[in-house]
Design a protein around this ligand. Structure first.
Ligand code: FMN
Length: 309
């Protein structure tokens, strides 16, 4: 069976994972780190985990020969660390806070879990090597969210609104039904559920919608900036982009890989924003413009107050 690699990656991206940075050291004491979402549990007794490394990766030999490695499970605010270790090559540790783990491998400070491992076995797996590790030591922190990777984008883990307890699910009632976080979660989930399926009618997916509307709103931008703006790692953003360039919706130019909407892209992005405005109007049908503006300024206040972007 011959498959289209991009499409296969899209299909695999439907399986949500966390994001890890696997660190190790070579015989000369040089530190290495690679962002990996292929981490998984294997066995409880003995405690085994696995991950796989691309045979084309710069550091694959080091990992295949290493006696020890550490799996650092990234926290939701560690996107820049994920992006850093997804770059090819050496010297990725500048400015990264680390401690020493098993075999001298780096433990990234702030990771939500660390699994310090001894290499148990390395298996061939097509264009990857599957590395199984025996866990010698582990620790984790509660209270901080893990970084999630889903559909080629970074995401946050959120409780499913359908799984909230009976007590919590009485919107507007009691202390919990009025809790700001509860209201935000419920409204976000409901808004998303109503909005995203509409994109299909205009022939785009969620990732394409973000790139098109970002370019319309902020003007032409380098690929790196767009990837950041749509919360995609560079390589995944390139995948999304190739779907847009081959439909002649976005054009790329120059060394900095500047992205610009074509006239067809501009027309489609305008249609998408119009659809988004209409959806918003429909949701707030019975609410005055003044009240909607109050709600929006309240949300902006929370964002500014808590220092998020
Ligand atoms: C979210 C995410 C998950 C990734 N998962 C893996 C993985 O499981 N295995 C792998 O070999 N590369 C994975 N990569 C790509 C590597 O991080 C990237 O190829 C990196 O350049 C490897 O480092 P090296 O070439 O310096 O060895 C992932 C990248 C990202 C952004």
């Amino acid at each position: 069976m011959s498959i289209d690699t991009r499409d296969f990656r899209n299909a695999l991206g439907k399986f949500a994972t966390g994001v890890t940075v696997i660190t190790t050291k070579d015989a000369k004491g040089e530190q290495y780190g690679v962002t990996a979402s292929s981490f998984n549990a294997v066995s409880m007794t003995p405690p085994l985990i696995l991950w796989s490394i691309d045979k084309g990766a710069y550091s694959k030999d080091v990992y295949c020969q290493a006696e020890h490695f550490v799996v650092n499970v990234l926290a939701s605010d560690q996107v820049p660390i994920s992006n850093r270790f997804a770059q090819r090559g050496e010297n990725k540790f500048k400015g990264i806070d680390v401690e020493e783990g098993a075999g001298g491998c780096a433990r990234i400070v702030g990771a939500v879990a660390h699994f310090e491992c001894r290499t148990w076995e390395v298996y061939e797996g097509g264009d990857h090597f599957i590395i199984v590790g025996e866990v010698l030591n582990y620790d984790y922190q509660d209270g901080r969210g893990s970084l999630v990777f889903h559909g080629g984008r970074y995401a946050l883990p959120e409780p499913h609104p359908m799984m909230l307890s009976e007590e919590e699910s009485r919107t507007g009632e009691g202390v919990l039904g009025q809790h700001f976080l509860y209201l935000l979660r419920q409204s976000l989930a409901a808004y998303r559920q109503g909005f995203y399926p509409r994109l299909v009618h205009l022939g785009v997916n969620e990732k394409e919608w973000r790139i098109l509307t970002l370019l319309l709103d902020r003007g032409p931008q380098p690929l790196v900036q767009v990837a950041q703006g749509v919360a995609q790692p560079l390589e995944d953003c390139e995948d999304t982009l190739s779907g847009l360039t081959c439909r002649d919706l976005v054009a790329e130019s120059g060394d900095q890989r500047h992205l610009t909407l074509t006239s067809a892209g501009n027309e489609l992005a305008n249609k998408l924003l119009k659809m988004a405005r209409e959806y918003e109007q429909k949701v707030f049908d019975s609410v005055s413009d003044e009240e909607v503006n109050h709600m929006k300024s309240g949300l902006i206040h929370v964002i500014e107050q808590l220092g998020s972007r």
